[in-house]
Write a protein that binds this ligand. Sequence first.
Ligand code: IMP
Ligand code: MG
Length: 181
Amino acid sequence: MVRGDIDLSVLVSKTEIDSIVGKLGARIAADYGPVVDAGDSLVLVPVLNGAIYFGVDLSRAIQLPLEIEPVKVESYKGDEAVDMNMALDLRRDVGPRDHLLVVEDIVDTGMTAAMLLDRFKKTEAASVRFCSLLDKPTRRISPVEVDYIGATVPDTFVVGYGLDYNGEYRNLPYVAKGVMS
Ligand code: IMP
Ligand code: MG
């Protein structure tokens, strides 16, 4: 189905998303199980608004006690650089027994991920890692290490399962092709 200039045909189906989320949840639970058993805290940090669906589903796929502490980033595109601002920052103190796992919908240029990782690594957190449902590596500007990736997608502007185009399409239950970028 095509609506306007948006191609709503399936790129990553609901079944594939469920399988990806289940596998990521199991990996994350295995990786963090020992530190959580030892008394540390796993804190998921979903990046609003895009990661709302993925963040909720992923949190339920991680069979460990955890906290959820969302943040929101606003970016303004100037003439040359992109200016980024924390519209919602962490609402709790971070100490040496906290493991932050940032949860994103997609890593594109990598600038948002780089900014967040840089920022959170300045806290006292025991560890800071990054998990993204989707990765668009061909568009990278900031080299950034993504610890957990659900799926790699081609250079198209995708929508659905949290990802929007001008605020719309987030509630599609699958990831659609969108528009070639
Ligand atoms: P980056 O800073 O360029 O890596 O972009 C990260 C943010 O841009 C993501 O969190 C998304 O909100 C948005 N974004 C990047 N690519 C897409 C896309 O294909 N569809 C929808 N949003 C996107
Ligand atoms: Mg986003």
